[in-house]
Ligand binder design. Sequence first.
Ligand SMILES: NC(=O)c1ccc[n+]([C@@H]2O[C@H](COP(=O)([O-])OP(=O)(O)OC[C@H]3O[C@@H](n4cnc5c(N)ncnc54)[C@H](OP(=O)(O)O)[C@@H]3O)[C@@H](O)[C@H]2O)c1
Length: 305
Amino acid sequence: MKIVLTGAGGQLGQQWQQWAASQSEVTLWAYSSAQLDITKPDTFDEVLGRHDVPDVWVNCAAYTQVDDAETETARAMLVNGDAPGWIAQWCVEHACRLVHYSTDYVFSGSTEDQASYPEGYPEEAPTNPVNAYGQSKLAGEQAIQSTGILASSKSLLLRVAWLCSPHGRNFVTTMARLATQRPKVRVVDDQTGAPAFCDDVVTQTLALLLAQASGIIHLGSAGQGTWADVANAVFGQARTRGLAHPALTLHQIPTSDYPTPATRPHFSKLSTEKFTVFTGLYPPDWRDSLSRCLADPTLWSTIKS
Ligand SMILES: NC(=O)c1ccc[n+]([C@@H]2O[C@H](COP(=O)([O-])OP(=O)(O)OC[C@H]3O[C@@H](n4cnc5c(N)ncnc54)[C@H](OP(=O)(O)O)[C@@H]3O)[C@@H](O)[C@H]2O)c1
């Protein structure tokens, strides 16, 4: 399989490269933003023309600073809203499959939605983003759909929530660092979801490619918890490793006590039933995937350095 990867420097992009390094049957051309800027569609042919046409374009590139998107709205819309459509169009013209990642932030995450979908949002639930980042990602979904690629080729628009990994900037690495530095860490305990781990997301994406699936599909972990639950597990591991601040305590707070420029959805759980129908696989519980993530020595060596 020949794969083009954009957003190579991000946490999910790095995970794809880690996977490809152990695959003799896979050729992966990985591009950072400096090597291939997805907002410059007139450069796609020139850059990608230096090698064979890929079978799949995996787009991990995105504008992911949720709070900054409230003020850098035009930039977020260009990267997340317009560029995915241009990538999809290139894929249509080159008979290449597309894998694109979106987010639970396309939904409102309201308590009403939580009551309607207690096991998690299904793919067909009405979208209604509550912040600029979510609006830009929804625009990207619509731009991809308008090319017709999801209907005409085995292409995937995959939504994930609370993406974490042992590397990169995410909630787990942030909590691990704070656990070593601070006696008191405040974490919200009224946002519910399930962290998706990058290694699981790559494995699940590959299973869908293998199953010749196409369309909008939710990936991630089983179970539900709050950010405070996730932080609690990270702090436990920091203590076990003797790395925690001696007076480390977790203070659970409501979202209202942690104001941010962008409104956060209260409910972020995505149902993965459709993924299971396509693949016959059941996602792991988030606690098991988090334990594996916390057992990764690279997480703790990065914190210490
Ligand atoms: N992180 C989450 O919690 C989360 C949750 C749900 C969904 N997602 C989605 O999952 C996907 C992967 O997220 P992630 O956490 O791996 O993101 P990430 O770590 O922030 O990486 C994003 C990457 O995109 C690159 N990029 C930004 N603008 C670009 C451009 N114009 N051209 C090419 N590359 C560009 C960035 O490169 P530079 O650093 O060089 O700019 C960066 O390497 C994204 O679609 C994201 O929206 C993430």
